[in-house]
Design a protein around this ligand. Structure first.
Ligand code: ADP
Length: 474
């Protein structure tokens, strides 16, 4: 079948690209404008017709039958893609053969738009890949279809494994519940912010802050989410460290205030006594009355000694943190042996029985641990009950992350209203002539235990004995 001459000569100089097929869709003719636009001659066209024109026909044959044109991308002979506006009309080739005439109009505006779009997409991808922030995008079903390079570098997984819900496998199982909490925001297509732990390529879980915003198309339909994620682990560590330091600062400040108050108060007491006896002595010397001078001098010396003891205790107290030795493994069985050796004389004098359970090895400062246990056993011997043989038991309990050490006695006991007070520097519950001491022993014990990361406390009943407990980190 040939295209009638008069039609051919009309189309020959027609400025738009035209293709004519017969009723069996066999290409009959293309005009020079068509060859110029697509590169195809009539001889090359069977594949082209199948691929593109078939698409057009379906389109024209469907609900848009009345549409005058349709836009589509077509592949030219040299492989390039162009965007065309195509129209289709029937043409009577002869009385019994109705063919079709296709006109393809190149649409430079759309091509330009496509070019711009491609450029903007490339720009987005290179920007997204250059940023250290991890970026992802999801579709309206919340299936993720894009991850930038930072994300893939972080998880160390190929894109195929992360797509859809694949990336979920990197989230710490304990944090999956967070995504349930977000379901309301997702349902209402709202922005959200959340934190979870994400497994890094080296297997370590890192804290991630994720901020996601919904995306909408120009027709306002929901297109999915776009999210950015930051590894905030270091920031969190700094925050936690800061919080710990602040708590420690508040604590040490309170301790300092208490210390200054108690120290000044207690140091004044012997000083006042020294002052008044020195005055008495000077009056006696003035009046040349030497009576009781020796006795007064004894009081002065006693005051000076007490003052010296207080100052030396104070120094010891202040040295716990400043002058402590670095931590090393310490066998507490050895510590107890040394403590008992130091206290042999007192143990014999009091007839006490001291027992100790097998002790663990802990990480600590051996001198301080000796000091700690010695103070406690010494107090147990000092505050023994009248007429009772002192029984002192040193015990240990495994509490998982720490060892709980106890020093139990059957002495005079402590009223529970004094449980905290006795750990404060210079606080004593008895007069000096009843029980000797400066009241600093337990304050030092507390400081030593705290330096070792534990707590110290007492449980007791008046008259029935006391048990001092302290924890040592494993
Ligand atoms: P000191 O022994 O020099 O008085 P501490 O700080 O060691 O100072 O003790 C403070 C106070 O706690 C003691 O004065 C005493 O009242 C009470 N205390 C300490 N240990 C015991 C104990 N094992 N039994 C009864 N009371 C105790």
């Amino acid at each position: 079948m040939q295209l009638p001459n008069h039609i051919q000569s009309f189309l020959q100089n027609y400025s738009e690209a035209v293709l004519v097929t017969d009723s069996t869709e066999t290409p009959l003719y293309v005009n020079p404008a068509f060859t110029k636009l697509t590169g195809y001659q009539i001889a090359d066209l069977s594949g082209f017709v199948k691929e593109v024109l078939y698409k057009l026909q379906i389109r024209f044959g469907s609900q848009n039958a009345n549409q005058a044109y349709w836009e589509t991308g077509i592949t030219c002979k040299n492989g390039s893609e162009i965007w065309v506006r195509a129209s289709l009309s029937p043409i009577e080739l002869s009385t019994d053969n109705n063919g079709s005439i296709f006109t393809l109009m190149n649409n430079p505006g759309v091509d330009q738009m496509k070019g711009l779009l491609t450029e903007s997409e490339t720009r987005f991808a290179s920007l997204a890949d250059a940023t250290p922030v991890m970026i992802w995008m999801s579709d309206p079903d919340n299936l993720t279809y894009y991850f930038n390079k930072s994300w893939l570098d972080f998880t160390g997984k190929p894109l195929e494994q992360e797509l859809g819900t694949g990336w979920f496998k990197n989230v710490h199982p304990d944090d999956w519940k967070i995504f349930n909490d977000l379901s309301a925001a997702l349902k209402n297509k709202q922005s959200y912010q959340c934190e979870y732990r994400l497994r890094r390529h080296d297997g370590e879980y890192r804290n991630i802050l994720e901020i996601a915003t919904p995306r909408f198309l120009p027709d306002e339909s929901f297109a999915g989410y776009m999210g950015s994620c930051l590894d905030i682990s270091e920031m969190k560590e700094v925050q936690n460290e800061l919080a710990t330091q602040t708590t420690e600062l508040i604590r040490s400040n309170e301790e300092l205030e208490q210390f200054a108050y108690v120290a000044s108060h207690d140091l004044q007491e012997p000083l006042r006594m020294i002052g008044s006896y020195v005055q008495l002595i000077s009056k006696r010397i003035e009046s040349k009355n030497t009576e009781s001078l020796n006795e007064y001098m004894d009081f002065v010396v006693d005051g000076v000694n007490r003052m010296q003891a207080l100052i030396s205790d104070l120094l010891q107290f202040s040295r716990v943190n400043r002058k402590g030795n670095p931590f090393a493994p310490v066998d507490l069985n050895e510590v107890i042996k040394i403590v008992l050796a130091h206290l042999t004389k007192r143990i014999e004098e009091t007839g006490a029985v001291v027992t100790a359970a097998p002790m663990p090895v802990v990480n600590g400062d051996s001198f301080q641990l000796i000091r700690l246990l010695q103070n406690l056993v010494d107090n147990a011997l000092k505050f023994k009950a009248e007429g009772k043989q002192p029984l002192i038991e040193i015990g240990v309990e495994d509490k998982g992350t720490e060892w709980l050490i106890s020093v139990k006695d059957n002495g005079i006991g402590i009223d529970n209203k004094f449980y905290n007070r006795i750990f404060v520097i210079f606080q004593r519950l008895h007069a000096r002539d009843e029980y000797e001491g400066t009241g600093i022993g337990l304050a030092i014990c507390k400081k030593i235990v705290e330096r070792h990361g534990g707590n110290i406390w007492v449980e007791s009943e008046s008259e029935k004995g006391s048990t001092f407990y302290f924890g040592l980190k494993k």
